[in-house]
Design a protein around this ligand. Structure first.
Ligand code: TYC
Length: 103
């Protein structure tokens, strides 16, 4: 019987995990003109937020200058912000939503 003295072959297995989708925040910006009720209506219809939460988000933006509405995969955040901005523009309101990458 012979003893195998060769080193067993070492294989490097590189597993690439799928990247997590990048998340973006949608921000609501305050302005001096858009009626509060209109802001709440946009939040409820575009972001599917309940009335009380929508009111709280609106008041936070009103008092602090801006408020994070929600966080979504980048593409969805973009689509939601565009839909909300379009609703404001159609109504002749200066209301604005922006997106930014989450830290
Ligand atoms: N500041 C507006 C007003 O006093 C209301 C408002 C709130 C507008 C939040 C935009 O993101 C906003 N009529």
């Amino acid at each position: 019987m012979t003893t195998d003295t060769t080193t067993p072959e070492l294989k490097t297995v590189t597993k690439t995990k799928p990247e997590r989708p990048k998340l973006h925040k949608v921000l609501l910006l305050n302005d001096d003109y858009t009626p509060r009720e209109f802001v709440v209506r946009v939040l409820k219809s575009v972001f599917r937020i309940g009335g009380e939460t929508a009111y709280t988000i609106m008041m936070t933006a009103h008092q602090k200058g801006s408020c994070v509405v929600s966080v979504y995969p980048a593409q969805i955040a973009e689509t939601k912000a565009n839909a909300a901005n379009a609703m404001a523009e159609d109504a002749g309101q200066p209301l604005q939503f922006t997106t930014e990458p989450e830290e």
